[in-house]
Design a protein around this ligand. Sequence first.
Ligand code: KPL
Length: 299
Amino acid sequence: MYHCAIIGAGAVGGLLASHLGQQQTVCFIDSRIAQPAQCTIKVNSLSQGKIVFELAILPDVPRCQWLIICVKAHQVDAAIQSLDLSPATNILLMVNGMGSHHQVLKHVDEHRLYLASNTHGALVNLKSSSVLSVEHTGLGKIDVGAFNKQQYPPAELASLQASLPPLHWHPDIYQALWLKLVINCCINPLTALNNCKNGELLQPNYQAKLKALCQELSQIALLDGVVLNSALLLSTVREVAFNTAENYSSMQQDISHQRHTEIDYINGYVVSLAKTHHAVCRHNVALVQQIKLLEKQYE
Ligand code: KPL
């Protein structure tokens, strides 16, 4: 029996595996492989220094306490649809944006689904079929809560908390998820469209756009039952842009490597929510259209 199985051998998956693997049994899951394989993980962790260790990659989920999903939001369905998921396994969904939980709920019971927001920065240095090398670029935190807003954490959360501090339990995780969504709605498309680092958004020419976006996002969040003050949102977005000034956002990276972006789960999620409530959402609509135009050039 493993403690944790992780789907998504990328920057976040590698970071989680390296920290959890210090105290627990961990493996990666990749439903595309036919036979179990082995992988060496090398991580420069900001809290634990250099970590190197071997990890099994399995084609299906073994008995485990947690299945952690950290793939791109639009890859969730493909990553889990052929897996044999035990009803006793807790699922922790740690993806950018919102809305991909619908894909998980097609396969698992809602009382097993937990949602997480991660603010650690991590970048893949090197990835091959047998080596994953990750740089931990920003010390963040992980917020976890139940999809169905249960008040207390499951007993199995303690093992994750011990290996991955700081990890906080939230009886209502949607506040934390929305805050991360707003950060992604502002930083990701603007850095992708302007092909710049996050810190560039602190320049005066972006301030009116950021302010308008935060006002619009705070109004849409309210329609979803989440109260977020727009001035506070703006200062949080600026703070994240400052703290990650030298990073390229994941959407800037997706566009520059000609990959499909997560726009449908970030600004696109906000636009569809606004539509449901017949609310105006022109700044987010414009960003979705512009990012989709860029994607069209190579898809
Ligand atoms: O989460 C991010 C992303 O790039 O997806 C931010 C917080 C914007 C950091 O780059």
